[in-house]
Design a protein around this ligand. Structure first.
Ligand SMILES: Cc1cc2nc3c(=O)[nH]c(=O)nc-3n(C[C@H](O)[C@H](O)[C@H](O)COP(=O)(O)OP(=O)(O)OC[C@H]3O[C@@H](n4cnc5c(N)ncnc54)[C@H](O)[C@@H]3O)c2cc1C
Length: 539
Protein backbone atom coordinates (compact mmCIF):
# COMPACT_ATOMS: atom_id res chain seq x y z
CA UNK A 1 0.00 0.00 0.00
CA UNK A 2 1.23 3.54 -0.60
CA UNK A 3 0.33 6.61 1.40
CA UNK A 4 -0.57 9.97 -0.19
CA UNK A 5 2.19 12.45 -0.95
CA UNK A 6 0.98 14.99 1.58
CA UNK A 7 1.95 17.03 3.36
CA UNK A 8 5.27 17.74 1.66
CA UNK A 9 7.43 20.76 0.96
CA UNK A 10 7.46 21.44 -2.78
CA UNK A 11 10.61 23.54 -2.52
CA UNK A 12 12.92 21.53 -0.30
CA UNK A 13 11.89 18.35 -2.12
CA UNK A 14 12.94 19.78 -5.49
CA UNK A 15 16.71 20.42 -5.57
CA UNK A 16 16.70 21.13 -9.32
CA UNK A 17 14.22 23.95 -8.77
CA UNK A 18 16.28 25.35 -5.92
CA UNK A 19 19.53 25.24 -7.89
CA UNK A 20 17.79 26.90 -10.86
CA UNK A 21 16.40 29.66 -8.64
CA UNK A 22 19.83 30.33 -7.16
CA UNK A 23 21.50 30.38 -10.59
CA UNK A 24 19.00 32.91 -11.86
CA UNK A 25 19.44 35.26 -8.91
CA UNK A 26 16.48 34.36 -6.70
CA UNK A 27 18.43 32.62 -3.94
CA UNK A 28 17.87 35.51 -1.51
CA UNK A 29 14.23 34.37 -1.36
CA UNK A 30 15.07 30.79 -0.31
CA UNK A 31 13.44 31.06 3.09
CA UNK A 32 10.26 32.57 1.59
CA UNK A 33 10.19 29.83 -1.02
CA UNK A 34 10.75 27.21 1.64
CA UNK A 35 7.76 28.52 3.64
CA UNK A 36 5.61 28.77 0.53
CA UNK A 37 6.60 25.24 -0.55
CA UNK A 38 5.47 23.91 2.79
CA UNK A 39 2.20 25.85 2.72
CA UNK A 40 1.13 24.78 -0.76
CA UNK A 41 2.11 21.18 0.01
CA UNK A 42 -0.20 21.07 3.03
CA UNK A 43 -3.23 18.81 3.16
CA UNK A 44 -5.46 21.88 3.46
CA UNK A 45 -4.29 23.57 0.26
CA UNK A 46 -4.35 20.29 -1.63
CA UNK A 47 -7.98 19.86 -0.62
CA UNK A 48 -8.81 23.37 -1.88
CA UNK A 49 -7.46 22.28 -5.26
CA UNK A 50 -9.74 19.27 -5.39
CA UNK A 51 -12.79 21.19 -4.21
CA UNK A 52 -12.28 24.14 -6.56
CA UNK A 53 -12.25 21.76 -9.50
CA UNK A 54 -15.05 19.51 -8.35
CA UNK A 55 -17.38 22.49 -7.87
CA UNK A 56 -16.93 24.49 -11.06
CA UNK A 57 -17.88 28.17 -11.19
CA UNK A 58 -21.48 29.00 -12.10
CA UNK A 59 -22.80 31.86 -14.21
CA UNK A 60 -25.66 33.98 -12.93
CA UNK A 61 -26.91 36.12 -15.79
CA UNK A 62 -30.02 37.72 -14.23
CA UNK A 63 -31.40 38.47 -10.81
CA UNK A 64 -34.85 37.43 -9.64
CA UNK A 65 -36.45 40.51 -11.23
CA UNK A 66 -34.93 39.87 -14.62
CA UNK A 67 -32.19 42.47 -14.36
CA UNK A 68 -28.83 41.47 -15.80
CA UNK A 69 -26.18 40.83 -13.18
CA UNK A 70 -23.56 38.88 -15.16
CA UNK A 71 -21.86 37.40 -12.14
CA UNK A 72 -19.83 34.25 -11.66
CA UNK A 73 -20.11 32.33 -8.41
CA UNK A 74 -17.06 30.39 -7.29
CA UNK A 75 -16.62 27.72 -4.65
CA UNK A 76 -15.07 29.03 -1.41
CA UNK A 77 -11.98 26.89 -2.08
CA UNK A 78 -11.29 28.88 -5.22
CA UNK A 79 -11.39 32.11 -3.24
CA UNK A 80 -8.98 30.63 -0.70
CA UNK A 81 -6.53 29.73 -3.46
CA UNK A 82 -6.80 33.22 -4.92
CA UNK A 83 -6.31 34.71 -1.49
CA UNK A 84 -3.18 32.61 -0.97
CA UNK A 85 -1.61 33.46 -4.35
CA UNK A 86 -2.49 37.15 -4.37
CA UNK A 87 -1.50 37.44 -0.71
CA UNK A 88 1.90 35.97 -1.58
CA UNK A 89 2.22 38.50 -4.41
CA UNK A 90 2.34 36.03 -7.29
CA UNK A 91 0.40 38.50 -9.43
CA UNK A 92 2.68 41.50 -8.90
CA UNK A 93 5.34 41.20 -6.18
CA UNK A 94 8.06 41.46 -8.84
CA UNK A 95 7.07 45.06 -9.53
CA UNK A 96 8.13 45.94 -5.99
CA UNK A 97 11.75 44.99 -6.63
CA UNK A 98 14.36 46.42 -8.96
CA UNK A 99 14.70 44.96 -12.47
CA UNK A 100 17.00 41.96 -12.30
CA UNK A 101 17.04 41.58 -8.51
CA UNK A 102 15.64 38.05 -8.63
CA UNK A 103 12.15 38.86 -7.40
CA UNK A 104 10.51 37.70 -10.64
CA UNK A 105 12.55 34.50 -10.52
CA UNK A 106 11.39 33.88 -6.94
CA UNK A 107 7.78 34.63 -7.81
CA UNK A 108 8.00 32.27 -10.81
CA UNK A 109 9.24 29.52 -8.51
CA UNK A 110 6.21 30.15 -6.30
CA UNK A 111 3.95 29.94 -9.35
CA UNK A 112 5.71 26.69 -10.28
CA UNK A 113 4.87 25.23 -6.88
CA UNK A 114 1.26 26.29 -6.45
CA UNK A 115 0.41 25.32 -10.03
CA UNK A 116 1.32 21.76 -9.16
CA UNK A 117 -1.44 21.75 -6.58
CA UNK A 118 -4.03 23.84 -8.51
CA UNK A 119 -3.30 25.52 -11.80
CA UNK A 120 -6.69 26.96 -12.85
CA UNK A 121 -6.65 29.92 -10.51
CA UNK A 122 -3.23 30.88 -11.88
CA UNK A 123 -4.93 32.29 -14.99
CA UNK A 124 -6.20 35.55 -13.42
CA UNK A 125 -3.14 35.73 -11.16
CA UNK A 126 -0.87 35.64 -14.20
CA UNK A 127 -2.97 38.00 -16.34
CA UNK A 128 -3.26 40.61 -13.60
CA UNK A 129 0.49 41.19 -13.38
CA UNK A 130 1.01 40.72 -17.11
CA UNK A 131 -1.36 43.56 -17.98
CA UNK A 132 0.90 46.16 -16.37
CA UNK A 133 3.70 46.32 -18.98
CA UNK A 134 0.99 46.85 -21.64
CA UNK A 135 -0.96 49.35 -19.57
CA UNK A 136 2.17 51.41 -18.95
CA UNK A 137 1.91 52.37 -22.62
CA UNK A 138 -0.80 54.73 -21.37
CA UNK A 139 0.67 56.39 -18.31
CA UNK A 140 -2.51 58.15 -17.10
CA UNK A 141 -4.44 54.86 -17.04
CA UNK A 142 -1.50 53.03 -15.48
CA UNK A 143 -1.29 55.68 -12.74
CA UNK A 144 -4.86 54.87 -11.74
CA UNK A 145 -4.86 51.10 -12.08
CA UNK A 146 -1.36 50.02 -11.16
CA UNK A 147 -1.59 50.87 -7.44
CA UNK A 148 -4.90 49.01 -7.24
CA UNK A 149 -3.35 45.93 -8.79
CA UNK A 150 -0.16 45.88 -6.79
CA UNK A 151 -1.77 45.47 -3.38
CA UNK A 152 -1.56 41.98 -1.94
CA UNK A 153 -5.24 41.86 -1.20
CA UNK A 154 -7.74 39.62 -2.97
CA UNK A 155 -11.13 41.32 -3.04
CA UNK A 156 -13.68 39.33 -5.08
CA UNK A 157 -16.57 41.83 -4.85
CA UNK A 158 -18.12 43.19 -8.03
CA UNK A 159 -18.10 46.83 -6.96
CA UNK A 160 -16.35 50.05 -7.95
CA UNK A 161 -12.69 49.02 -8.43
CA UNK A 162 -11.59 52.17 -6.63
CA UNK A 163 -13.42 50.99 -3.51
CA UNK A 164 -11.74 47.56 -3.50
CA UNK A 165 -8.63 46.56 -1.58
CA UNK A 166 -7.20 44.92 -4.73
CA UNK A 167 -8.08 44.58 -8.41
CA UNK A 168 -7.70 41.78 -10.95
CA UNK A 169 -7.20 42.26 -14.69
CA UNK A 170 -7.85 39.96 -17.67
CA UNK A 171 -7.76 40.00 -21.45
CA UNK A 172 -10.21 39.57 -24.29
CA UNK A 173 -8.66 38.97 -27.70
CA UNK A 174 -10.20 35.85 -29.20
CA UNK A 175 -13.35 36.16 -31.31
CA UNK A 176 -15.44 33.47 -33.02
CA UNK A 177 -13.78 33.90 -36.39
CA UNK A 178 -10.29 33.48 -34.99
CA UNK A 179 -8.00 33.57 -32.01
CA UNK A 180 -4.57 33.17 -33.56
CA UNK A 181 -5.29 35.81 -36.19
CA UNK A 182 -6.45 38.67 -33.98
CA UNK A 183 -6.19 41.05 -36.90
CA UNK A 184 -9.48 39.51 -38.01
CA UNK A 185 -11.23 40.94 -34.92
CA UNK A 186 -14.55 42.53 -35.84
CA UNK A 187 -15.42 44.29 -32.57
CA UNK A 188 -15.75 47.99 -33.25
CA UNK A 189 -14.69 50.97 -31.16
CA UNK A 190 -16.10 54.44 -31.73
CA UNK A 191 -14.55 57.46 -30.06
CA UNK A 192 -16.56 59.50 -27.60
CA UNK A 193 -15.57 63.11 -28.28
CA UNK A 194 -12.19 63.14 -30.02
CA UNK A 195 -10.79 59.84 -28.76
CA UNK A 196 -7.03 59.31 -28.99
CA UNK A 197 -4.61 57.84 -26.42
CA UNK A 198 -6.30 57.53 -23.02
CA UNK A 199 -9.61 58.71 -24.55
CA UNK A 200 -13.01 57.13 -24.07
CA UNK A 201 -14.61 54.89 -26.71
CA UNK A 202 -17.73 52.76 -27.07
CA UNK A 203 -17.12 49.12 -27.96
CA UNK A 204 -19.59 46.82 -29.71
CA UNK A 205 -18.97 43.16 -30.53
CA UNK A 206 -18.09 39.92 -28.81
CA UNK A 207 -15.25 37.84 -27.38
CA UNK A 208 -15.48 34.06 -27.75
CA UNK A 209 -13.10 33.21 -24.91
CA UNK A 210 -12.64 35.51 -21.93
CA UNK A 211 -11.25 33.72 -18.93
CA UNK A 212 -11.69 34.91 -15.35
CA UNK A 213 -14.64 37.14 -16.27
CA UNK A 214 -14.92 38.36 -12.67
CA UNK A 215 -11.81 40.50 -13.24
CA UNK A 216 -12.28 44.21 -12.58
CA UNK A 217 -11.15 45.19 -16.08
CA UNK A 218 -9.88 43.65 -19.30
CA UNK A 219 -7.50 44.65 -22.04
CA UNK A 220 -9.53 44.14 -25.21
CA UNK A 221 -8.77 44.49 -28.89
CA UNK A 222 -11.23 46.21 -31.22
CA UNK A 223 -11.18 47.97 -34.59
CA UNK A 224 -11.05 51.74 -34.28
CA UNK A 225 -10.76 54.14 -37.23
CA UNK A 226 -6.99 53.82 -37.13
CA UNK A 227 -7.07 50.00 -37.09
CA UNK A 228 -6.86 47.34 -34.43
CA UNK A 229 -6.45 49.00 -31.06
CA UNK A 230 -6.18 48.06 -27.40
CA UNK A 231 -8.70 49.24 -24.79
CA UNK A 232 -8.99 49.01 -21.05
CA UNK A 233 -12.58 47.94 -20.37
CA UNK A 234 -13.73 47.92 -16.73
CA UNK A 235 -16.70 45.92 -15.47
CA UNK A 236 -17.87 48.72 -13.18
CA UNK A 237 -17.74 52.28 -14.48
CA UNK A 238 -16.39 55.26 -12.52
CA UNK A 239 -19.99 56.31 -11.65
CA UNK A 240 -20.66 52.89 -10.11
CA UNK A 241 -22.88 51.63 -12.96
CA UNK A 242 -22.20 48.27 -14.58
CA UNK A 243 -20.53 48.47 -17.97
CA UNK A 244 -22.57 46.74 -20.66
CA UNK A 245 -20.49 43.56 -20.75
CA UNK A 246 -22.76 40.55 -20.89
CA UNK A 247 -21.64 37.03 -20.05
CA UNK A 248 -23.53 34.73 -22.41
CA UNK A 249 -22.19 31.34 -21.29
CA UNK A 250 -19.33 29.69 -19.47
CA UNK A 251 -17.36 27.17 -21.52
CA UNK A 252 -17.84 23.50 -20.65
CA UNK A 253 -14.14 22.63 -20.81
CA UNK A 254 -12.04 19.47 -20.89
CA UNK A 255 -10.13 20.66 -17.84
CA UNK A 256 -9.14 23.90 -16.13
CA UNK A 257 -12.46 23.62 -14.41
CA UNK A 258 -11.81 25.87 -11.45
CA UNK A 259 -11.21 28.74 -13.88
CA UNK A 260 -14.29 30.26 -15.53
CA UNK A 261 -13.91 30.97 -19.26
CA UNK A 262 -16.78 32.98 -20.67
CA UNK A 263 -18.36 34.11 -23.90
CA UNK A 264 -18.80 37.85 -23.77
CA UNK A 265 -21.02 40.20 -25.78
CA UNK A 266 -21.10 43.97 -25.53
CA UNK A 267 -22.90 46.88 -27.11
CA UNK A 268 -21.71 50.41 -26.42
CA UNK A 269 -19.45 49.24 -23.60
CA UNK A 270 -17.15 51.98 -22.33
CA UNK A 271 -13.41 51.47 -22.86
CA UNK A 272 -10.32 53.66 -22.76
CA UNK A 273 -7.68 53.54 -25.50
CA UNK A 274 -4.24 52.25 -24.44
CA UNK A 275 -1.60 53.79 -26.72
CA UNK A 276 -2.31 54.94 -30.25
CA UNK A 277 -5.14 53.76 -32.48
CA UNK A 278 -3.90 50.99 -34.77
CA UNK A 279 -1.13 49.94 -32.34
CA UNK A 280 -3.23 47.41 -30.43
CA UNK A 281 -1.13 44.35 -31.26
CA UNK A 282 2.11 46.11 -30.31
CA UNK A 283 0.56 46.98 -26.96
CA UNK A 284 -1.00 43.61 -26.17
CA UNK A 285 2.16 41.72 -27.11
CA UNK A 286 3.77 43.13 -23.95
CA UNK A 287 1.12 41.32 -21.96
CA UNK A 288 1.35 38.13 -23.97
CA UNK A 289 5.14 37.92 -23.48
CA UNK A 290 4.57 37.79 -19.72
CA UNK A 291 1.67 35.32 -19.78
CA UNK A 292 3.67 33.04 -22.08
CA UNK A 293 6.30 32.61 -19.39
CA UNK A 294 3.59 31.48 -16.98
CA UNK A 295 1.94 29.15 -19.49
CA UNK A 296 5.34 27.54 -20.10
CA UNK A 297 5.82 27.31 -16.36
CA UNK A 298 2.45 25.56 -15.97
CA UNK A 299 3.54 22.89 -18.44
CA UNK A 300 6.71 22.30 -16.43
CA UNK A 301 4.82 22.26 -13.14
CA UNK A 302 2.30 19.68 -14.40
CA UNK A 303 5.22 17.45 -15.38
CA UNK A 304 6.91 17.96 -12.00
CA UNK A 305 3.77 17.09 -10.06
CA UNK A 306 2.90 14.10 -12.25
CA UNK A 307 6.38 12.60 -12.04
CA UNK A 308 6.68 13.32 -8.30
CA UNK A 309 3.39 11.51 -7.69
CA UNK A 310 4.50 8.60 -9.87
CA UNK A 311 7.88 8.29 -8.15
CA UNK A 312 6.31 8.56 -4.72
CA UNK A 313 3.85 5.80 -5.54
CA UNK A 314 6.34 3.34 -7.01
CA UNK A 315 8.74 3.93 -4.12
CA UNK A 316 6.13 2.31 -1.85
CA UNK A 317 4.17 -0.02 -4.06
CA UNK A 318 5.16 -3.68 -4.18
CA UNK A 319 4.59 -5.96 -7.15
CA UNK A 320 5.97 -9.43 -7.80
CA UNK A 321 7.91 -9.42 -4.56
CA UNK A 322 9.73 -6.08 -4.82
CA UNK A 323 9.09 -2.40 -4.57
CA UNK A 324 8.30 -1.10 -8.05
CA UNK A 325 11.12 1.44 -7.76
CA UNK A 326 13.55 -1.49 -7.63
CA UNK A 327 12.26 -3.01 -10.87
CA UNK A 328 14.66 -2.15 -13.72
CA UNK A 329 11.93 -1.48 -16.26
CA UNK A 330 10.07 0.87 -13.93
CA UNK A 331 13.38 2.61 -13.23
CA UNK A 332 13.83 3.11 -16.97
CA UNK A 333 10.36 4.69 -17.29
CA UNK A 334 10.79 6.98 -14.31
CA UNK A 335 14.30 8.01 -15.27
CA UNK A 336 13.12 8.92 -18.76
CA UNK A 337 10.27 11.01 -17.33
CA UNK A 338 12.61 12.65 -14.83
CA UNK A 339 14.93 13.80 -17.63
CA UNK A 340 12.08 15.64 -19.36
CA UNK A 341 10.89 17.11 -16.10
CA UNK A 342 14.24 18.43 -14.91
CA UNK A 343 14.87 20.01 -18.30
CA UNK A 344 11.44 21.64 -18.03
CA UNK A 345 12.26 23.16 -14.66
CA UNK A 346 15.63 24.45 -15.84
CA UNK A 347 14.19 25.94 -19.03
CA UNK A 348 11.42 27.75 -17.22
CA UNK A 349 13.68 29.25 -14.60
CA UNK A 350 16.20 30.32 -17.24
CA UNK A 351 13.31 31.98 -19.05
CA UNK A 352 12.20 33.72 -15.86
CA UNK A 353 15.73 35.05 -15.35
CA UNK A 354 15.90 36.31 -18.93
CA UNK A 355 12.46 37.94 -18.67
CA UNK A 356 13.38 39.67 -15.45
CA UNK A 357 16.76 40.94 -16.64
CA UNK A 358 15.64 41.86 -20.16
CA UNK A 359 15.23 45.58 -19.29
CA UNK A 360 18.79 45.79 -17.95
CA UNK A 361 20.72 43.10 -19.85
CA UNK A 362 20.98 43.14 -23.62
CA UNK A 363 21.83 39.46 -24.06
CA UNK A 364 18.85 38.40 -21.95
CA UNK A 365 16.54 40.72 -23.88
CA UNK A 366 17.57 39.24 -27.22
CA UNK A 367 17.77 35.67 -25.88
CA UNK A 368 14.22 35.98 -24.53
CA UNK A 369 12.75 36.64 -27.97
CA UNK A 370 13.54 33.17 -29.34
CA UNK A 371 13.83 31.13 -26.16
CA UNK A 372 10.37 32.09 -24.89
CA UNK A 373 8.78 30.71 -28.06
CA UNK A 374 10.97 27.59 -28.14
CA UNK A 375 10.23 26.76 -24.50
CA UNK A 376 6.50 27.49 -24.84
CA UNK A 377 6.27 25.17 -27.83
CA UNK A 378 8.39 22.40 -26.39
CA UNK A 379 7.18 22.14 -22.81
CA UNK A 380 3.51 22.51 -23.71
CA UNK A 381 3.98 19.60 -26.13
CA UNK A 382 5.99 17.41 -23.74
CA UNK A 383 3.74 17.78 -20.72
CA UNK A 384 0.82 15.73 -22.10
CA UNK A 385 2.81 12.54 -22.84
CA UNK A 386 4.86 12.95 -19.66
CA UNK A 387 1.76 13.29 -17.47
CA UNK A 388 0.06 10.42 -19.29
CA UNK A 389 2.99 8.07 -18.67
CA UNK A 390 3.29 9.25 -15.05
CA UNK A 391 -0.40 8.47 -14.59
CA UNK A 392 0.23 4.94 -15.86
CA UNK A 393 2.99 4.46 -13.26
CA UNK A 394 0.33 4.88 -10.59
CA UNK A 395 -1.74 2.13 -12.25
CA UNK A 396 -5.50 2.01 -11.73
CA UNK A 397 -5.25 4.43 -8.82
CA UNK A 398 -3.82 6.98 -11.24
CA UNK A 399 -6.98 6.84 -13.32
CA UNK A 400 -9.08 7.86 -10.35
CA UNK A 401 -9.80 11.51 -9.54
CA UNK A 402 -8.61 11.32 -5.93
CA UNK A 403 -5.06 10.77 -7.19
CA UNK A 404 -4.83 14.24 -8.90
CA UNK A 405 -3.44 12.51 -12.01
CA UNK A 406 -6.64 12.82 -14.13
CA UNK A 407 -6.74 16.54 -13.32
CA UNK A 408 -3.11 17.01 -14.39
CA UNK A 409 -3.82 15.06 -17.57
CA UNK A 410 -6.81 17.24 -18.49
CA UNK A 411 -4.86 20.42 -17.82
CA UNK A 412 -1.85 19.54 -19.95
CA UNK A 413 -3.17 20.11 -23.52
CA UNK A 414 -4.50 23.58 -22.70
CA UNK A 415 -1.05 25.13 -22.47
CA UNK A 416 -0.42 24.13 -26.07
CA UNK A 417 -3.48 26.15 -27.16
CA UNK A 418 -3.69 29.43 -25.29
CA UNK A 419 -1.07 32.15 -25.70
CA UNK A 420 -0.34 30.76 -29.16
CA UNK A 421 -1.13 27.23 -30.38
CA UNK A 422 1.72 24.95 -31.50
CA UNK A 423 1.89 25.93 -35.16
CA UNK A 424 1.52 29.59 -34.36
CA UNK A 425 4.44 29.43 -31.94
CA UNK A 426 6.56 27.43 -34.38
CA UNK A 427 5.89 30.08 -37.04
CA UNK A 428 6.79 32.73 -34.48
CA UNK A 429 10.21 31.08 -34.09
CA UNK A 430 10.73 31.32 -37.86
CA UNK A 431 9.62 34.95 -37.80
CA UNK A 432 12.09 35.73 -35.02
CA UNK A 433 14.94 34.09 -36.92
CA UNK A 434 14.10 35.92 -40.13
CA UNK A 435 13.23 39.36 -38.78
CA UNK A 436 15.51 39.43 -35.74
CA UNK A 437 18.49 37.20 -36.61
CA UNK A 438 20.27 38.46 -33.51
CA UNK A 439 17.77 36.43 -31.45
CA UNK A 440 19.03 33.22 -33.11
CA UNK A 441 22.59 34.35 -32.52
CA UNK A 442 21.95 35.02 -28.82
CA UNK A 443 20.26 31.63 -28.46
CA UNK A 444 23.18 29.80 -30.06
CA UNK A 445 25.70 31.85 -28.06
CA UNK A 446 24.10 30.55 -24.92
CA UNK A 447 24.19 26.99 -26.22
CA UNK A 448 27.89 27.48 -27.02
CA UNK A 449 28.56 27.66 -23.27
CA UNK A 450 28.22 23.87 -23.15
CA UNK A 451 30.53 23.24 -26.10
CA UNK A 452 33.31 20.78 -25.47
CA UNK A 453 31.39 18.71 -22.95
CA UNK A 454 30.08 16.15 -25.44
CA UNK A 455 31.06 15.30 -29.01
CA UNK A 456 27.51 14.58 -30.21
CA UNK A 457 26.25 17.78 -28.66
CA UNK A 458 28.97 19.80 -30.39
CA UNK A 459 28.08 18.25 -33.77
CA UNK A 460 24.39 19.07 -33.30
CA UNK A 461 25.24 22.62 -32.36
CA UNK A 462 27.29 23.01 -35.56
CA UNK A 463 24.37 21.78 -37.64
CA UNK A 464 21.91 24.04 -35.85
CA UNK A 465 24.08 27.05 -36.47
CA UNK A 466 23.95 26.36 -40.20
CA UNK A 467 20.21 25.77 -40.11
CA UNK A 468 19.37 28.87 -38.09
CA UNK A 469 21.35 31.17 -40.37
CA UNK A 470 19.96 29.58 -43.54
CA UNK A 471 17.97 32.03 -45.68
CA UNK A 472 15.56 29.26 -46.76
CA UNK A 473 13.72 28.33 -43.59
CA UNK A 474 10.62 26.54 -44.86
CA UNK A 475 7.31 27.08 -43.08
CA UNK A 476 6.40 23.39 -43.30
CA UNK A 477 9.62 22.45 -41.45
CA UNK A 478 9.10 24.86 -38.57
CA UNK A 479 8.20 22.22 -36.00
CA UNK A 480 11.28 20.13 -36.85
CA UNK A 481 13.48 23.14 -36.34
CA UNK A 482 11.87 24.16 -33.05
CA UNK A 483 12.21 20.62 -31.70
CA UNK A 484 15.91 20.55 -32.48
CA UNK A 485 16.45 23.95 -30.89
CA UNK A 486 14.57 22.86 -27.77
CA UNK A 487 16.33 19.52 -27.34
CA UNK A 488 19.75 21.05 -27.93
CA UNK A 489 18.94 23.76 -25.36
CA UNK A 490 17.77 21.05 -22.94
CA UNK A 491 21.04 19.16 -23.48
CA UNK A 492 23.06 22.32 -22.85
CA UNK A 493 21.25 22.91 -19.55
CA UNK A 494 21.97 19.34 -18.43
CA UNK A 495 25.62 19.50 -19.49
CA UNK A 496 26.20 22.79 -17.70
CA UNK A 497 24.07 22.42 -14.61
CA UNK A 498 23.03 18.82 -13.98
CA UNK A 499 25.94 16.73 -15.29
CA UNK A 500 24.76 13.51 -13.65
CA UNK A 501 21.81 13.31 -16.04
CA UNK A 502 23.52 14.86 -19.07
CA UNK A 503 24.84 11.72 -20.70
CA UNK A 504 21.44 10.01 -20.49
CA UNK A 505 19.75 13.04 -22.05
CA UNK A 506 22.27 13.48 -24.85
CA UNK A 507 22.53 9.77 -25.78
CA UNK A 508 18.74 9.36 -25.90
CA UNK A 509 17.58 12.71 -27.28
CA UNK A 510 20.49 13.63 -29.57
CA UNK A 511 22.31 10.40 -30.33
CA UNK A 512 19.31 8.25 -31.29
CA UNK A 513 19.70 5.66 -28.50
CA UNK A 514 16.02 5.84 -27.64
CA UNK A 515 12.65 4.27 -28.51
CA UNK A 516 9.25 5.76 -29.24
CA UNK A 517 7.77 5.68 -25.74
CA UNK A 518 9.26 6.63 -22.38
CA UNK A 519 11.21 3.85 -20.67
CA UNK A 520 13.52 3.14 -23.59
CA UNK A 521 16.80 4.58 -22.31
CA UNK A 522 19.87 2.59 -23.40
CA UNK A 523 21.71 0.01 -21.30
CA UNK A 524 24.58 2.32 -20.38
CA UNK A 525 22.25 4.71 -18.47
CA UNK A 526 22.16 4.41 -14.69
CA UNK A 527 18.36 4.41 -14.60
CA UNK A 528 18.31 3.48 -10.91
CA UNK A 529 20.16 6.67 -9.99
CA UNK A 530 18.07 8.98 -12.18
CA UNK A 531 14.75 7.39 -11.21
CA UNK A 532 15.48 7.98 -7.52
CA UNK A 533 16.05 11.69 -8.19
CA UNK A 534 12.33 11.85 -8.90
CA UNK A 535 11.24 10.68 -5.45
CA UNK A 536 10.25 13.74 -3.41
CA UNK A 537 11.55 13.93 0.11
CA UNK A 538 8.48 14.95 2.14
CA UNK A 539 10.54 16.57 4.93
C1 LIG B 1 -9.59 27.38 -21.65
C2 LIG B 1 -9.30 28.52 -22.57
C3 LIG B 1 -9.26 29.80 -22.06
C4 LIG B 1 -9.01 30.88 -22.90
N1 LIG B 1 -8.99 32.13 -22.37
C5 LIG B 1 -8.83 33.20 -23.19
C6 LIG B 1 -8.87 34.54 -22.69
O1 LIG B 1 -8.99 34.77 -21.48
N2 LIG B 1 -8.75 35.56 -23.56
C7 LIG B 1 -8.58 35.34 -24.89
O2 LIG B 1 -8.47 36.31 -25.65
N3 LIG B 1 -8.52 34.09 -25.41
C8 LIG B 1 -8.64 33.03 -24.59
N4 LIG B 1 -8.60 31.75 -25.10
C9 LIG B 1 -8.50 31.57 -26.53
C10 LIG B 1 -7.16 31.08 -27.01
O3 LIG B 1 -6.19 32.08 -26.84
C11 LIG B 1 -7.34 30.66 -28.47
O4 LIG B 1 -8.13 29.48 -28.46
C12 LIG B 1 -6.04 30.44 -29.18
O5 LIG B 1 -5.39 31.66 -29.36
C13 LIG B 1 -6.24 29.77 -30.55
O6 LIG B 1 -7.20 30.46 -31.30
P1 LIG B 1 -8.43 29.69 -31.96
O7 LIG B 1 -9.07 28.87 -30.90
O8 LIG B 1 -9.27 30.67 -32.66
O9 LIG B 1 -7.79 28.68 -32.98
P2 LIG B 1 -7.35 29.02 -34.49
O10 LIG B 1 -6.67 30.33 -34.53
O11 LIG B 1 -8.51 28.79 -35.38
O12 LIG B 1 -6.27 27.87 -34.73
C14 LIG B 1 -6.65 26.50 -34.94
C15 LIG B 1 -5.40 25.70 -35.27
O13 LIG B 1 -4.80 26.22 -36.43
C16 LIG B 1 -3.41 26.44 -36.23
N5 LIG B 1 -2.99 27.57 -37.05
C17 LIG B 1 -3.36 28.87 -36.95
N6 LIG B 1 -2.72 29.61 -37.87
C18 LIG B 1 -1.93 28.76 -38.58
C19 LIG B 1 -1.04 28.92 -39.68
N7 LIG B 1 -0.81 30.12 -40.21
N8 LIG B 1 -0.40 27.82 -40.16
C20 LIG B 1 -0.60 26.61 -39.61
N9 LIG B 1 -1.44 26.40 -38.59
C21 LIG B 1 -2.09 27.46 -38.07
C22 LIG B 1 -3.27 26.69 -34.75
O14 LIG B 1 -1.95 26.34 -34.31
C23 LIG B 1 -4.34 25.77 -34.17
O15 LIG B 1 -3.80 24.49 -33.98
C24 LIG B 1 -8.81 30.67 -24.27
C25 LIG B 1 -8.84 29.37 -24.79
C26 LIG B 1 -9.08 28.30 -23.95
C27 LIG B 1 -9.11 26.91 -24.53
Amino acid sequence: MSIPLEPYNLYTSDPVLRRSVEREGGGHANSILDGFGERVGSIEVSEWGFQANRHSPELVTHDRFGERVDEVRYHPSYHRLMDLSVGAGLHASHYDGLPGDGSYVARTAQMHMISQIEVGHGCPVSMTGAVLPALREQSDLAAVWEPRVRTRSYDPRLVDPAAKSGNLLGMGLTEKQGGSDVRANTSEAVAVNRGGPGGEYRLTGHKWFTSAPMCDAFLMLAQARGGISCFLVPRILPDGARNSLHLMRLKDKLGNRSNASSELEYADAAGWLVGEEGRGINVIIKMVTATRVDVTNWSASLMRQGVSQAAWHVSQREAFGDLLIDKPLMQNVLADLELETEVGTMMVMRLAGAYERAPVNEHDAVFLRLSSAVAKYWLSKRSTPVVREALECVGGNGYVEESIMPRLYREAPLNAIWEGAGNVIALDVLRALQRAPESGQAFLDELELARGADRVYDAELDQLRQLVTSPNLAERDARRLVERLAVCWGASLCLRHEPSIADAYVRSRLDGDWGTEFGTLGSHVDVDLIARRAIPNPK
